[in-house]
Design a protein around this ligand. Structure first.
Ligand code: ARG
Ligand code: MN
Ligand code: MN
Ligand code: MN
Length: 302
């Protein structure tokens, strides 16, 4: 199977500038070569294009809504095209608002192919804000809500009709920052959240067993990897660090257990921000973890 890399160089939904440099940082960290060395076929589709970041304050609770829609339309089209061709698309973000486009495309592809969708959302944040609940207006804090039908119509109906998907497909892992109003929203929507306390108490192994339960041959597994999932001591190159995240070992185990399912069919790598990084270490770490996501292991297994 061919892996397609799609660069989406924008920070249009973020609260800090710099995630627009994410795609190039991942290329410089040799993402394609590392996957090829694993025996995988990789094509780099280059970068999508869209409006510049006008860096404006929010209007009616949203920052840069028109620009966010334009970028997400481009992602939606490109992602669906790759999925229809039978490829495994990897989005090189870009901030996390772009997961509205990628996951709307994946949800459509699942409807067309009769697959069950499961989304693993690896993140410090639950990204379930609305215009009323958001403390910032930054749309990278809203993609899960938008995908579940809560948000502006231009985003919830990106794929033609809302909602693109439902809260029950999501399993969020590593969560440790949920805003005041957002807490109520995720509770009402009943989003499957494995927060850091749950990981502390049960351990990453049991948490991943729970999050991956029920996945079978008929499942399309999408992984949305927000790099701020990781503890900032190992991954400083993100805009919104939250202390107390998974360690290197915990993150490796998480990725390895996803690989073991054999059902990951699409991936976002988002929120990498080289402006906050040192010597591209966070991009290198992300590539390291993505290798595990594609089955890298110390010994021959199975
Ligand atoms: N909850 C905060 C907000 O709504 C931060 C969101 C961070 N999201 C992210 N994808 N890094 O502004
Ligand atoms: Mn996020
Ligand atoms: Mn399709
Ligand atoms: Mn985050």
């Amino acid at each position: 199977q061919t892996i397609s890399l799609i660069g989406v160089p924008t920070d249009i939904g973020a609260g800090h500038r710099g995630a627009s440099m994410g795609p190039e940082a991942l290329r410089v960290a040799n993402l394609a070569l590392r996957l090829e060395r694993r025996g995988l076929q990789v094509v780099d589709r280059g970068n999508l294009h869209g409006p510049i970041n006008p860096w404006q304050p929010p209007t009616d609770g949203y920052r840069h809504l028109d620009e966010v829609v334009a970028w997400n339309m481009a992602v939606y089209t490109a992602f669906h095209q790759e999925l229809s061709a039978g490829h495994l698309p990897i989005m090189l973000g870009g901030d996390h608002c772009l997961a509205i486009g990628s996951i709307t495309a994946v949800a459509r592809h699942c409807r067309e192919t009769g697959k069950q969708l499961r989304v693993l959302w690896l993140d410090a944040h639950s990204d379930f804000n609305t215009a009323q609940a958001t403390p910032s207006g930054n749309i990278h804090g809203m993609p899960v809500a938008c995908l579940c039908g809560y948000g502006p119509q231009v985003l919830t109906e990106l794929g033609g009709s809302a909602p693109a998907t439902t809260p029950d497909v999501f399993r969020q892992i590593g969560i440790r920052s949920v805003d005041y109003g957002e807490k109520q929203l995720v509770r009402e929507a009943n989003v499957g959240i494995y927060d850091m306390r749950h990981i502390d108490e049960e351990g990453m192994k049991r948490v991943m067993e729970q999050a991956l339960a029920g996945i079978d041959e008929n499942t399309h597994l999408h992984v949305s990897f927000d790099v701020d999932f990781l503890d900032p001591s190992i991954a400083p190159g993100v805009g919104t660090t939250v202390r107390g995240g998974p360690t290197y070992r915990e993150a490796q185990l998480c990725m390895e257990m996803i690989a073991d399912t054999g059902h990951m069919a699409s991936l976002d790598i988002v929120e990498l921000n080289p402006a906050f990084d040192k010597r591209n270490q966070t991009a290198k770490l992300a590539v390291d973890l993505v290798e595990s996501l594609f089955g890298k292991s110390t010994l021959i297994r199975r």
